[in-house]
Design a protein around this ligand. Structure first.
Ligand code: PEP
Length: 405
């Protein structure tokens, strides 16, 4: 069966470009038009050729709903999505990206970034990292020539606070009120996510309000609903305005028997729901000492991402967290962290080399205000997942500042 043909109409060309690419990734054949007049002309020549029209209410010359009216007169079964209102949209036609709370923020940020880079001088400072990417997980000793192929990529830094089982609602609110105004400036170049306990999520979402700070949960069940006492579904998180979710944290693997098999279902479920999955992987001290680090990382990355389609791999954030460095004050050296993260990137490269360039990989394990700059200065490290040092606004702000490109 061929891809669904979709007519995308918007006068903002950058938006058109971004949404077009996004929709193509979702499997649509996208035909983009910058005005209602051009869209109508196309539609007239082949009224039954498009299964779906996606447009904005405020188009120049003619409103989106008026344009859809004319199209519907030619093809009454046309499905349509009007982004400033939903008068024509049957529930079954909602495209999942429009339900993603993070998407409008993501697009707004992306558009701003592109505009800045278009108007800046060629020698401007970058708003994201340009790094060399190891394209294969093959070891140096192996005959695999892909090891030697390198490429460049731009990735936006991300720092995530993992509060674990800390902070009541009142404490969460107090943190946010102090943190938000000071963090706002950093969000022009760094994505900041606060992963709070379930009980504080609503408070964090509401205090974050119009600030460009995202809220994350620390776990999620892969089923939509059912007899899973104590668990929370993606839909429940989305309803609160949560945008991200930490999955497979070593504490959940260790104390709550989280398995790779469950993560292989949770990661695609989070993506499908529109949540940003932050997948944690990492080795124990014994595994590192036994020279088993790469084997462990390979097993976790391959298993946990097995059901994520290649086109969506870049949307996953991976956090490399050596278990021996979590909450111990024993940080991996920058060289150790860089080597492990380059290896994780190469594992993604085994699935798809372009995805390996795009996927963001964080370091986590006793990151603090003192060691962040050196760790985050490593070429493959795109940010940090921060436990203890994220509980105080000052130290988390210092880490976010160190993540700036
Ligand atoms: C974490 O909880 O993911 C973590 C890295 O904790 P800490 O920064 O306290 O080591």
């Amino acid at each position: 069966m061929g891809a669904t043909r979709l007519l995308l109409v918007d006068d903002e060309e950058t938006l058109l470009d971004l949404l077009g690419k996004y929709l193509e990734r979702l499997g649509y054949e996208v035909h983009a038009c910058t005005s209602a007049a051009v869209a109508l002309e196309r539609f007239h020549s082949d009224p039954s050729g498009y299964a779906l029209v996606l447009t904005d209410l405020t188009l120049p010359g003619m409103k989106g709903d008026a344009m859809l009216e004319q199209m519907r007169a030619l093809n009454p079964s046309l499905r349509a999505i009007l982004t400033s209102g939903y008068p024509y949209v049957p529930q079954s036609d909602y495209v999942s990206f429009l339900q993603k709370p993070f998407l409008p923020k993501m697009l707004a940020e992306e558009i701003r970034r592109r505009r800045c880079s278009a108007s800046a001088s060629p020698n401007r400072s970058r708003t994201s990292r340009q790094v060399a990417v190891r394209r294969s997980s093959c070891s140096r000793a192996s005959p695999c020539r892909a090891w030697r192929r390198w490429m460049t990529a731009d990735r936006r830094p991300l720092v995530a606070a993992n509060w674990k089982m800390n902070k009541t609602n009142a404490e969460a609110e107090q943190f946010m009120r102090e943190f938000l105004p000071r963090a706002e400036e950093l969000t022009t170049s760094v994505d900041i996510v606060v992963c709070a306990p379930f009980t504080a999520l609503r408070t964090v979402v509401e205090t974050a309000g119009a600030y460009r700070i995202s809220t994350g949960a620390q776990n999620m069940h892969e089923e939509d609903a059912g007899a899973f006492t104590g668990e929370v579904s993606a839909a429940m998180l989305l309803e609160l305005g949560v945008e991200a979710v930490v999955l497979g944290h070593s504490e959940r693997r260790r104390y709550f028997a989280e398995t790779d098999a469950a993560l292989a279902r949770k990661v695609p479920k989070a993506l499908e729901a529109g949540l940003l999955p932050i997948l944690c992987v990492g080795e124990t001290e014994a595994e590192r000492e036994a020279g088993e680090t790469e084997r462990k990382l390979r097993q976790q990355v391959q298993a946990d991402l097995a059901a994520v389609e290649v086109a969506r791999l870049p949307e996953v954030v991976i956090a490399y967290e050596p278990i021996w460095a979590i909450g111990t004050g024993k940080t991996a050296t920058p060289a150790q962290a860089q080597a492990a993260i380059a290896f994780v990137r190469a594992l993604v490269g085994d699935r798809d080399s372009a995805a390996a360039q795009e996927v963001r990989i964080l370091y986590g394990g006793s990151v603090d205000a003192g060691n962040a700059a050196e760790l985050l200065g490593q070429e493959d490290i795109d940010g940090a997942l921060v436990g203890g040092a994220s509980l105080q606004p000052d130290s988390f702000l210092a880490i976010a500042a160190a993540a700036q490109p």
